[in-house]
Design a protein around this ligand. Structure first.
Ligand SMILES: C[S@@+](CC[C@H](N)C(=O)[O-])C[C@H]1O[C@@H](n2cnc3c(N)ncnc32)[C@H](O)[C@@H]1O
Length: 359
């Protein structure tokens, strides 16, 4: 057998791994919800009976759980004693931060709703959101506002993810020549507080939905940045942007949620709100210009379409540059941010000004 043959995955095995993937995730998610990985980190080498006792499980469910976790490589069994595997060790602590926070996020937000993917493609809308979370809201974000538990699951994952990306962002974005950033869809101020710390002269105004803006203001106040980072609650599409001396616009993980028409409208609105020679930074996952991947772009596109908004997807850098140009911003460079998954920063400068770029 040649080297290539050894490393090749049997297509039938690969197919099977796909159609049973939900079992693997459910074992992981159930064990996480029981707190098993934290228990095993604290007391490695527990027996099945000891684990059942700690988790409050009867014997047969404990046996099933541990069989699956062992079979899928999520815990190790040595003799009759169990401990975390390398895969699950990172899930034992900091359970409201990534990577652990991704588990309740996928379990409670994307798992069942993605089961409506086929219907969502056929109907060209987010059937998953409506079937799993009701018809009260047209986007997941508006729905979250009425459910504190879901909102926490979402923002723990998104905020934790942003913590990682924002470290690289703070190092990547050159904001030295800007004084006031308009951070559209800025979330709970994770990016804004990092950027404000990195650039001590900088002010940031976050625009986000009212419940999120409230949390952003609380975070900024507790970080001692209340005088420079403030959030305003509004609907970025339905409401006017508040007037201000903005000389830079940031769209971080926001535009990809929406349709091309909405993106063009909101980029145009931001362009009108920003002063002459303003900068623009779009931070986003991207699909390559050849439209072949990466996989992360495909995952997120399915999620936006079937759940989050029913209208967005992960676009190409070329498309963003064309929307910027249309709004009067000259594209001024691309920088790659690869901390967790592939992201890009696309920068632009309001026409007439040269020389401000992402890196
Ligand atoms: C994926 S999160 C990105 C948060 C942040 N910019 C970051 O990079 O971590 C998208 C944000 O858009 C906000 N959002 C959704 N719809 C909105 C709307 N109509 N107006 C303003 N913000 C909105 C959500 O509340 C959420 O905070």
């Amino acid at each position: 057998m040649t080297q290539t043959q050894v490393s090749q995955v049997d297509p039938q095995d690969e197919l099977r791994a796909i159609y049973v993937a939900h079992y693997r995730f459910q074992y992981l998610s159930a064990a996480f919800e029981f707190g098993l990985f934290s228990v095993l980190a604290e007391a490695p080498g527990l027996t099945r009976a000891e684990i059942a006792g700690r988790l409050g499980l009867e014997e047969q469910p404990a046996r099933i759980l541990l069989l699956g976790l062992t079979a899928f490589g999520l815990v190790r069994k040595d003799g009759d004693r169990y401990s975390n595997s390398a895969i699950t060790e990172p899930l034992a602590s900091n359970t409201d931060q990534v990577p652990a926070a991704f588990i309740p996020y996928h379990q409670h937000i994307t798992y069942r709703s993605m089961g409506w993917f086929h219907e969502s493609l056929k109907k060209n809308t987010n059937v998953g959101l409506h079937r799993e979370f009701g018809d009260d809201a047209t986007t997941l974000y508006a729905r979250l506002a009425t459910d504190p538990g879901l909102e926490r699951a979402f923002h723990n994952a998104m905020g934790g993810f942003s913590q990682k990306v924002s470290d690289e962002l703070a190092a990547t974005l050159d904001l030295s020549s800007y004084a006031h950033v308009l951070d559209v869809g800025g979330g709970t101020a994770v990016n804004a507080t990092k950027l404000a710390r990195r650039w001590p002269h900088l002010r940031v105004t976050i625009l986000d939905l009212p419940t999120v803006a409230e949390e952003a203001n609380a975070r900024s106040a507790s970080a001692g940045l209340g005088d420079r980072v403030r959030a305003i609650g509004l609907d970025a599409f339905g409401d006017e942007f508040p007037e201000g001396d903005y000389d830079c616009v940031l769209f971080a993980h926001f535009l990809e949620i929406w349709s091309v028409d909405r993106i063009r409208a909101v980029v145009g609105k931001a362009a009108r709100a920003a002063g002459p020679n303003a900068g623009m930074f779009v931070v986003t996952p991207f699909q390559d210009d050849a439209e072949t991947g990466p996989q992360h772009a495909a995952e997120l596109s399915a999620y936006f379409h079937a759940v989050a908004s029913g209208e967005g997807m992960v676009y190409t850098p070329k498309e963003y540059e064309s929307w910027m140009s249309e709004a009067g911003f000259r594209p001024a460079g691309r920088a790659y941010v690869n901390n967790l998954v592939d992201h890009i920063v696309i920068s632009g400068v309001k026409s007439g000004d040269a020389g401000r770029t992402a890196s």
